[in-house]
Design a protein around this ligand. Structure first.
Ligand code: IMP
Ligand code: MG
Length: 173
């Protein structure tokens, strides 16, 4: 079977540099706080791993998993929790870590659900954002890159489960 490699959009060294900078900014903002990184599986697992190591602070990590109703490459607005965070976040400073903000519906639902658990603060960090596609008002407190309206894979992001292990962000050929 032949399968052509995704065409690079954001090369590995740019990802590395950007994640390092995000880590320094987050470190500055959360010094002295009780920081919990909450990664949205599966897409955020590689970004989360690199980001966590770029934040030179004591912190804890947790994960949740949601699936959006509907199929294909577009989420339909309502998300279902496959599983939620496992540690209490009440009174803590939560930073939600997402791979990509597309329509914004997933992040909005997940943030709402986290805020209902009464953290001290809840902010959003996303590696990628497609501003042309975003349909809900959403503040991305920490953003890696704005990208055009293209379907991207790699660095945790998939198409039908594939390409998550690409070390760069690419566009399917
Ligand atoms: P939203 O709810 O529309 O913002 O969609 C968010 C989710 O859709 C992301 O967490 C991804 O899982 C998926 N998604 C959106 N755009 C892309 C893409 O270009 N590549 C891979 N996954 C994507
Ligand atoms: Mg995702």
């Amino acid at each position: 079977m032949t399968r052509s490699k995704p065409v690079p959009l954001i090369p590995e060294r740019r990802l590395r540099a950007r994640v390092r900078r995000l880590g320094r900014t987050i470190r500055r903002d959360y010094r002295g706080r009780d920081l919990v990184l909450v990664g949205v599986l599966k897409g955020s697992f590689i970004f989360m791993a690199d980001l966590a190591r770029a934040i030179d602070l004591p912190l804890t990590c947790d994960f949740l998993r949601v699936s959006s109703y509907g199929s294909g490459t577009e989420s339909l607005g309502s998300v279902r929790f496959e599983f939620d965070v496992t540690q209490p976040i009440k009174g803590k400073d939560v930073l939600l870590v997402e791979d990509i903000i597309d329509t914004g519906l997933t992040a909005r639902s997940v943030l709402r659900s986290l805020k209902a658990k009464k953290p001290r603060s809840a902010r959003l960090c996303a590696l990628l954002h497609k501003p042309e596609r975003t349909r809900v008002p959403l503040t991305i407190d920490y953003l890696g890159f704005k990208i055009p309206n293209r379907f991207v894979v790699g660095y945790g992001l998939d198409h039908d489960g594939r390409h998550r292990n690409l070390p760069y962000i690419g566009v399917l050929a």
